[in-house]
Design a protein around this ligand. Structure first.
Ligand code: PA5
Length: 437
């Protein structure tokens, strides 16, 4: 049977052998049991493991209805959030929707323009957004924060709430705001109860960076018109596939083991390489997933991303000839939704006429293969993950593949993959500075 996600490590075999991988089997078994029995470090945040099977169906239907209402009524929809309360939705929309979604004619888009805010403290960005929103008639907000007290998103929500109140009157903003937050507690939950906002819950047992398949990611995606059921179906398929315990049957586990094998050999950085600009934000999501899960106790691979072929003209030099301290994981999409072919040109000035009529995607594929071979020959272990095409189903599968690989990989590394104690350090310093102004 053809695999939906193909994992290939042929171009890493110079660095790792089968015997070494087998040595991970006892640790892998322990990691698998930790996740599936909800045991071990971070067990309180392993709800994502069974989520595709156990998500709340009635909440899902309510979410579809809310998304549809916003889609029908809004000109502009602003999602306010940061980190795990932002990257999933943004990356999925960029991956699954047309590149210039907000610039499309409204009839073709079929829903509102979608903007993101609160993922930083830039006053310029906020001012520019507010200025743009002055030209929109019907503005709706989705504020996403599990704690409700995250500085960046809280500050921006204040500004947007004030703008909505000024524009529509205090009594009329309630129906324009949907809150996604903790089920029971926190500042946003209190405000939601007091002001009667519509709301969705972020389950207690799912941390921010594993939350894209909950309302955190799904509501904005629904507003963007993405088929949410397909995403869930893909994630469910992956949940079944990647719940198998053995290394031979589970490519998510094989990927996790190989990452750790390479790490133990001094490869301390992983570069995710993609060949579609629509993956730029997905790479940011992936960086957060692995970086926050593994980078602790002075351990962990540094997750970085490159967008090819663009970055071959910038970072390509470093990758080919710089220090050999990293490996590369290429994420390749077999079929493009575009069938564009190279045009012929009178006079053949650039000498490329031999490519006339050839599909651009097949040229991109040669670029991918050639690049992997060149980097391999330059001393970079190369892994490859291939999906057949970009669609909601494959997206759901890919998200779950990486989440599962990350949970397992963190356990193999010997850390708690579900906490982020280091994130608090900067917050303490910033709040101390703010209080002592
Ligand atoms: O993964 C995480 O837990 C973090 O990135 C959080 O999602 C991020 O800090 C935002 O937190 P909150 O949802 O509480 O606003």
């Amino acid at each position: 049977m053809k695999k939906e996600i193909i994992f290939d490590y042929t171009l890493a075999k110079t660095w790792i052998n089968e015997e070494e991988l087998q040595q991970f089997v006892p640790e892998l078994k322990r990691a698998h049991l930790c996740l599936h029995n909800h045991e071990g470090p971070g067990r309180a945040y392993t709800g994502w493991v069974d989520w595709p099977d156990q998500y709340d169906r009635s909440e899902f239907i309510r979410l579809l209805e809310t998304a549809q209402q916003i889609r029908e009524n809004a000109d502009a929809f602003v999602v306010v959030g940061i980190g795990g309360s932002y990257l999933g939705a943004r990356s999925a929309i960029e991956l699954l929707c047309p590149a210039f979604l907000n610039q499309l004619p409204p009839a073709e888009r079929g829903g509102p323009e979608i903007y993101f805010a609160g993922a930083g403290i830039s006053s310029t960005y906020l001012d520019d957004l507010l200025r743009l929103l002055e030209h929109k008639q019907e503005i709706y907000l989705n504020v996403v924060s599990k704690s409700g007290t995250t500085l960046e998103s809280a500050l921006v929500f204040r500004a947007l709430l004030a703008m909505l109140e000024k524009r529509y009157g205090k009594a009329n903003v309630q129906k324009r705001i949907v809150v996604t937050t903790d089920q029971r507690q926190g500042a946003l939950r209190e405000m939601t109860i007091k002001q009667g906002f519509a709301s969705f819950s972020i389950p207690d047992h799912i941390g921010g960076r594993y939350s894209v398949l909950t309302a955190v990611g799904l509501l904005p995606l629904g507003v963007a018109g993405v088929d949410l059921q397909q995403i869930i179906d893909g994630a469910t398929k992956a949940y079944l596939l990647y719940s198998k315990e053995s290394l031979e049957d589970n490519d998510a586990y094989l990927y996790a083991v190989i990452r750790n094998a390479l790490y133990r050999k001094g490869k301390t950085m992983e570069l995710l390489a993609t060949y579609e600009p629509s993956f730029l934000q997905f790479t940011e999501w992936w960086k957060q997933l692995f970086g926050e899960s593994e980078g602790k106790e002075l351990k962990g691979l540094f997750p970085a991303g490159v967008n090819f072929t663009t970055d071959l003209h910038s970072l390509g030099q470093y990758i080919q000839e710089g220090p050999r301290s990293f490996f590369m994981t290429t994420l390749w999409v077999q079929r493009s939704r575009s069938e564009s072919k190279v045009s012929s040109m009178e006079g053949n000035a650039d000498g490329l006429d031999y490519l006339a009529g050839v599909s651009l995607h097949s040229i991109n594929e040669k670029a991918c293969r050639g690049t992997m071979l060149a980097h391999h020959d330059g001393g970079v272990p190369n892994l490859k993950i291939t999906i057949s095409e970009i669609n909601p189903y494959s997206y759901g599968m890919l998200v779950y593949f990486f989440e599962k690989a990350c949970g397992i990989s963190g356990h193999l590394l010997g850390v708690n993959p579900f906490d982020q104690p280091g994130v608090e350090a900067y917050k303490e310093k910033v709040f101390a500075l703010l209080r002592n102004r």
